[in-house]
Design a protein around this ligand. Structure first.
Ligand SMILES: Cc1cc2nc3c(=O)[nH]c(=O)nc-3n(C[C@H](O)[C@H](O)[C@H](O)COP(=O)(O)O)c2cc1C
Length: 274
């Protein structure tokens, strides 16, 4: 039941909802927009009808358009967005403190707005929200790595994990999580159309928004390899559902420093079709 409702007092019959529906299931005929019952199954719950309506006449899924944030004239300008994107860096030095729970929740609440294939919205965020918990996890993963190394069981191509283990054991240098207080794994059911893509887009969204709140992030391919490939028992310990594909991992927290300027990249390799 998708609860598509149109307020006849507010609807101007402009047709915007009809034109913008990606599955083209909204009809107008002579009266208000409506979705024939036999077409309801075609709705993929994207809320385009609710968000495109200029007068706030359309409600779907029981959602009141008055609870959406207005967008006209309030979006960040291009210069600010450009600076945010160009100023983002992989952060590898962190303050030894937890993020405030409200801040962490806000990051996740915004990251879940990232687009997903067929609007599946199935990306699952597995969070280590406390630095003490991450310290225990790291200790146990390092111990697991130590055992693999001792038993000569590091798979070909991943022997370099022995260096990370030694850095930790001998010098207390944490290359796996970069000393971050928090860790996030995004995963999604293997059964959806674009599980990995959805996860990567969610993490990218998380990372960019995190910056605006003074939170640093680092994509954590090493921890992902350790957890997902080398020591899969940690997938279970983290509580990642068995039927999920792990999309990626990210460590994050308050940076122990700030970057003074942007890097200088480009030009991008571009091929224009002849
Ligand atoms: C998919 C991916 C995996 C990464 N894995 C790691 C990692 O395991 N450890 C690490 O310190 N940095 C990791 N990074 C960070 C990259 O090294 C970093 O993004 C790159 O050097 C560019 O630096 P910048 O992000 O500061 O612009 C990863 C980045 C990406 C995109």
């Amino acid at each position: 039941m998708i609860n598509f409702n149109v307020d006849p007092q507010k609807c101007t019959r402009c047709g915007a909802c009809v034109a913008d529906c990606p599955s083209r299931i909204i009809s107008m005929d002579d009266g208000s927009p409506f979705i024939p019952p036999e077409k309801e199954a075609g709705c993929y719950r994207c809320q385009h009808c609710l968000t495109v309506c200029p007068t706030g006449a359309v409600s779907i899924l029981g959602l009141d358009p008055a609870n959406s944030r207005p967008l006209t004239g309030v979006l960040p300008d291009a210069g600010d967005m450009e600076l945010l994107i160009k100023g983002r860096r992989a952060v590898r030095r962190y303050k030894p403190e937890n993020l405030e729970p409200e801040l962490l929740q806000r990051l996740l609440d915004v990251a879940c707005y990232a687009p997903s294939g067929l609007n599946a919205r199935q990306v699952h965020f597995t969070i280590v929200d406390d630095r003490e918990k991450l310290a225990l996890l790291r200790d146990d993963i390092m111990r697991g790595l130590g055992k693999l190394i001792k038993e000569n069981k590091l798979p070909p191509g991943l022997e370099f994990f022995a260096d990370f283990y030694r850095a930790w054991e001998e010098h207390g240098i944490d290359i796996l999580f970069r000393g971050a207080p928090h860790f996030l794994v995004v995963s999604a059911p293997q059964s959806i159309v674009t599980p990995v893509e959805d996860c990567l887009i969610a993490l990218t969204t998380f990372e960019l928004f995190a910056q605006t709140l003074g939170v640093g992030t680092v994509w954590d391919g090493l921890a992902k390899l350790a957890i997902n490939d080398l020591l899969p028992e940690f997938r279970t310990r983290l509580g990642i559902p068995e039927e999920h594909t792990v999309g990626y991992a990210m460590a994050f927290g308050k940076p122990a420093f700030t970057y003074a300027r942007t890097a200088q990249h480009g030009p991008p390799p571009v091929h224009r079709m002849a």
